[in-house]
Design a protein around this ligand. Structure first.
Ligand code: NAP
Ligand code: FE
Length: 370
C-alpha cells in the first residue's frame, strides 16, 4: 500500500512574505517561534512583523529555541502560547525552530497531553502553522515531523501526524543568505540524505522515487559548488528547492538508519545534524552495497558519481567523524535501537547485531583501521 498526502501549500517567491499576505495570515493572534538570532539575521522576522502590523494582527515572540530543541523548551513555549492566546504559530528558522513550532502547535491546545501521548501522536488538534525556512536542509516546512531531544531517554525522538504538517510554507532564498558557510554545507547534506535515504527506504513508492530522483539529480549538479566562498542567489534557490523535495520525500518514506545513527553523534559529540548524517555515509554505502546494490547504483547514476567519489566529496566538505571510544559502540547501538521505525524502514534487516557492526565500522574508520 502506498498513499500520497502532501497537504502543505508551498509558495516560492521573491518577497514571498510581503507578496502573499492573504495566504499566510491565518488568525488574529500569532506566536512567532524562533531561534535566538537566525530569524532576525535572515530578515524574515522583520518582514513578518511588518505584515502583521500592517494588518493589525496581534503577535508575540518566543525566541529561545536552541539547536536540536528539547522537550522542556517546547513546553515552555507552549505555556507562553496559552498565555498570549495564540491562534496560529509562525515558525521562522532552521529545522530546530520549525520542529519546535509543531510541538507548540500541539501542546498549546491539547490540555494534559503526556509526553508519551505526544510521541505516539495521540492528540486531536493543533494550531495552524506557517513555516518559513532559513536553512536549506531539513525540509521541515513540508513534513509533519518534529524531532525533539528527550532528556528522560537521553536521545532525540520524533512525532508527526497529518495535523502537524504546516498549513503553508513560504520559501525565499534570501532568508538563507546570512547562513554561516559550515551550516549551509551541513544543511545541504541533510537535504541530500533525505532524498537518498528516502529513495532506498522500504517505504519508498513510485511517487516518492520521482521526487527523490529529481532531488538527487539536482544535488549531483550543485555538489561541487558547495565549497564556494559565496553562494549565488540561483544556487541558494536550488538548495532550498532540493531541501523542500527532500522533505516531501521523507513525509512519504520516513528516514532510515543514517538518521537513526546520526542522533548519537549529535547527542554525544554535539555534531550538527547534517554533518552527523554526512559522517555516516561511508558506512551506509558499504552496507547498501551488500543489501540493495541495484537501487544504490541507480541513485549513484542519478547523482552522477560513484560511491567512492560521493564519500570523498562529502568528506572534503565536512571532514571526518570523531574518534569514538570502543565502549561507545555498545552504548550507541543501544541508543540507535530506540529509532525502531527508521531501522525497520532501512533496506535489509538492521537488527542489534547488524547495528553493532555498523557502529564498529564507524569506530574502525575513525581510528583509521580500515
Ligand atoms: P538549526 O538547528 O535550525 O540551526 C542551526 C544553526 O543555524 C543555528 O545556530 C541557527 O541560529 C543558525 N541559522 C539558521 N538559519 C540561519 C540564517 N539564515 N542565518 C544565520 N544563521 C542561521 O539547523 P537545521 O539543520 O536546519 O535543523 C536541525 C534540526 O532539524 C535537528 O534537530 C534535526 O533533528 C531536525 N530535522 C527535522 C526534520 C523534519 O522533518 N522535521 C528533518 C531533518 C532534521 P539560531 O539558533 O539563531 O536559530
Ligand atoms: Fe534530517
Amino acid at each position: 500500500m502506498s498513499s500520497i498526502f502532501m497537504p502543505t501549500k508551498v509558495l516560492i517567491d521573491d518577497a514571498v512574505i510581503e507578496n502573499n499576505q492573504s495566504a499566510w495570515l491565518l488568525g488574529q493572534s500569532a506566536l512567532l517561534i524562533t531561534g535566538r538570532s537566525s530569524a532576525k539575521l535572515s530578515g524574515a522576522e522583520s518582514d513578518v512583523i511588518a505584515c502583521l502590523e500592517a494588518n493589525h494582527i496581534k503577535y508575540s515572540i518566543f525566541n529561545q529555541i536552541e539547536n536540536d530543541p528539547t522537550v522542556e523548551t517546547v513546553l515552555a513555549a507552549s505555556e507562553y502560547a496559552k498565555t498570549v492566546d495564540a491562534d496560529f504559530i509562525i515558525g521562522i528558522g532552521g529545522g530546530s525552530p520549525l520542529d519546535a513550532a509543531k510541538g507548540v502547535a500541539v501542546l498549546a491546545v491539547n490540555e494534559a497531553l503526556t509526553l508519551d501521548e505526544l510521541f505516539r501522536n495521540q492528540f486531536t488538534k493543533a494550531l495552524p502553522i506557517v513555516a518559513i525556512p532559513t536553512t536549506a536542509g531539513t525540509g521541515s516546512e513540508v513534513t509533519p515531523y518534529s524531532v525533539l531531544y528527550r532528556q528522560d531517554i537521553g536521545t532525540k525522538v520524533s512525532f508527526g501526524s497529518p495535523l502537524t504538517f504546516p498549513k503553508i510554507a513560504l520559501l525565499d532564498e534570501k532568508y538563507t543568505e546570512s547562513l554561516r558557510k559550515d551550516i549551509a554545507i551541513h544543511t545541504a547534506i541533510d537535504a541530500f540524505t533525505h532524498s537518498f535515504e528516502g529513495f532506498l527506504a522500504n517505504r519508498a513508492s513510485a511517487y516518492s522515487d520521482t521526487l527523490a530522483l529529481d532531488a538527487l539529480k539536482r544535488f549531483g549538479s550543485v555538489i561541487d559548488q558547495l565549497a564556494d566562498l559565496n553562494y549565488s542567489s540561483a544556487l541558494r534557490k536550488e538548495l532550498l528547492y532540493i531541501s523542500m523535495l527532500g522533505g516531501m520525500v521523507i513525509s512519504h518514506t520516513g528516514v532510515t538508519v543514517v538518521h537513526a545513527m546520526g542522533y548519537a553523534y549529535t547527542v554525544h559529540y554535539d555534531i550538527p545534524h547534517g554533518q552527523a548524517n554526512g559522517f555516516l555515509l561511508g558506512t551506509y554505502l558499504k552496507y547498501l552495497k551488500q543489501i540493495n546494490e541495484q537501487k544504490l547504483e541507480f541513485a549513484l547514476d542519478t547523482l552522477g558519481m560513484s560511491a567512492e567519489q560521493l564519500v570523498k566529496k562529502i568528506q572534503g566538505l565536512i571532514g571526518s567523524a570523531p574518534a569514538i571510544r570502543e565502549e561507545e559502540i555498545a552504548q550507541f547501538t543501544e541508543q540507535t535501537l530506540v529509532q525502531s521505525g527508521s531501522l525497520a524502514n532501512t533496506s535489509g534487516v538492521v537488527d542489534e547485531v547488524i547495528l553493532k557492526e555498523l557502529w564498529k565500522n564507524e569506530w574502525r574508520q575513525s581510528h583509521e583501521l580500515v
